[in-house]
Design a protein around this ligand. Structure first.
Ligand SMILES: Nc1nc2c(c(=O)[nH]1)N[C@H]1C(S)=C(S)[C@@H](COP(=O)(O)O)O[C@H]1N2
Ligand SMILES: [Mo]
Length: 256
């Protein structure tokens, strides 16, 4: 198993890894940063982020044997599944909850679904690893939900759209290219292995983009905004990479 390498980037710079105590990293809440400072460590698979961890509904699919090449560089498998996010877990209010597609739609108008409408959309399943930029990988999560491509056909973007911003409760956001959004493995997950998402993992619905670092997999999604230019989201504005390809270790914005 490959171990964290001290953060040597593809460009040969020394990345700010491990982060200094108190430094914000995607996946660490304010609370876990405080604990990190107290424990004298931050992030990583043995870090205090996992201390608040929930149970793992998924499990390794079929006792799969993992070879090192399965993992993006610098990642370490973590068999449990702690929730990782910034801030608090929002409460789902089904009566007022809406899912909006806005921005540069083909028709020029916004699309809205209520929760009942979302649950009527065709469903799909994708089993994939989740790679957090804090270097832990949660293997083989059996996601179920609605393909992002389904949203694209139900609420088509204008031909000029190049990126989407995915918005969550409390203003969290992440930007991805329209091609990443349209990819066959990108979905809005509502369940794992037949069980609805837990609140910590994004209930009632979250984006999953398995081929990008985890901060792009926005939990508690409320809106998708079609963009005709690339605009940075929450972590992308705070020193993290705009593209976030884990196979190329696109962790930090200085690498761009
Ligand atoms: N709304 C929201 N979504 C979020 C985050 C967040 O802070 N807020 N954290 C991201 C990060 S950094 C990761 S690694 C994954 C973790 O998902 P998990 O907690 O289900 O493992 O959620 C992502 N989605
Ligand atoms: Mo993360």
């Amino acid at each position: 198993m490959r171990q964290p390498d001290g953060g040597r980037s593809p460009l040969g710079h020394q990345a700010p890894w491990p982060p200094a105590p108190g430094q914000q990293v995607p996946g660490q809440s304010v609370v876990s940063q405080v604990l990190a400072g107290q424990a004298g460590q931050a992030g990583g698979r043995d870090g205090p982020v996992g201390a608040a961890g929930a149970g793992r509904p998924g499990g390794l699919a079929g006792g799969r044997v993992r070879v090192e090449q399965d993992l993006p560089p610098g990642q370490v498998v973590r068999p449990d599944w702690p929730a990782q996010h910034y801030g608090r877990v929002p409460r789902f209010r089904p009566d007022t909850w809406t899912f909006t597609v806005m921005g540069t739609t083909e028709s020029g108008v916004e699309h809205h679904w209520d929760w009942a409408g979302i649950t009527r959309l065709p469903r799909c399943a994708v089993t994939a690893d989740l790679h957090c930029v804090t270097k832990c990988t949660i293997p083989a999560i059996a996601w179920e939900g609605i393909a992002a491509a389904e949203i694209l056909s139900a609420a088509p973007p204008d031909g000029a759209v190049t990126h989407v911003m995915v918005w969550a409760e409390y203003g969290y956001s992440a930007n991805i290219g329209i091609g990443d959004f349209a990819a066959g493995t990108t979905l809005f997950a509502t369940a794992v292995a037949g069980v609805p998402l837990t609140p910590e993992h994004g209930y009632p619905i979250r984006l999953v983009v398995p081929h990008l670092y985890g901060w792009k997999s926005v939990k508690w999604v409320r809106a998708v905004e079609y963009l005709t230019e690339n605009r940075r989201g929450f972590w992308e504005e705070r020193g993290y990479h705009n593209s976030a390809d884990p196979w190329h270790e696109e962790r930090f914005s200085y690498q761009e």
